[in-house]
Design a protein around this ligand. Sequence first.
Ligand code: ASP
Length: 318
Amino acid sequence: MNNTYTIAIHGGAGTLVKGLMTEALEAKYKEALQAALDAGSKVLENKGTAIDAVEAAVIVLEDSPLFNAGKGSVFTNTGTHEMDASIMDGKNLEAGGVSLITGVKNPVSLSRDIMEKSDHVFLAGEGAMKFAASQGTKLEDEAYFYDELRYQQWQHIKGSDTFQLDHASATPKDKIKKDGKFGTVGAVALDMHGNIAAATSTGGMTNKKWGRVGDSPMIGAGTYANNETCAVSCTGSGEFFIRGVVAYDVSCLMEYKGLSLEEAAKEVIQNRILKIGGDGGLIAVDAKGNITMPFNTEGMYRAFKKSNGDTMVSIYKE
Ligand code: ASP
């Protein structure tokens, strides 16, 4: 066993410009990111697994009303909350994804149950809820997911044909409205056993309809992990991240072209995804403990910690 570990988390990328947020709110975001980082690091420090660490970190972010996942999920066009999540273990390429679920306190844990306790990789909607019931998944009522700010965001565009990305300054599609609030969450980690893992969780987009699903629950698009290459969790305009198969693309550039983690992630976020109009970012680690966190938006809620003591909690472009 190697005594080193690495963990990185994100709380969404978007129009995060310094000065727009009060100092008090900024401090709250940093505190929440630190708490998630601590939860994940604790698992790793105790020689726990990367998969446990990413789940633990994402649970803390899902339980915070500040991020668009779990408790803080945005409203759909019918005033409900439909959540998506996924998780992947780089050790054996096992994965779980779930979408269009309601009332589930921690979607990331349900995606893990799908990975470990079902014969499937991806479950959605009603069927996923039945599976959740069979596992005794913790549910919460509507009131738990109510957040005044999210409600106001929805009121703003309710009844219109637009859906609002919890991101984005430049809007690549006219139906995607600009907003200043962000929040899909994710984590990637390397444990002391040399294994890496990734997890992502989201409430998707405000006013979404027709069972819209973004990249976050999709293995290869929003989440991917393979010990041979990297563990990746994305945040951004989901439609574009699906088309770019972003998380897997980073892995492929490393595997097939021999790019480093940093080069591969940069190529995808600063070149390939931008070319098709996608904005957002990602966090990634590799089995050597390298970390990269590129984004092509103004900012991204992000944090990392390494066993050698290196750590950072950040929001804006440096
Ligand atoms: N990628 C997410 C989605 O499209 C949104 C986000 O990253 O905030 O559902």
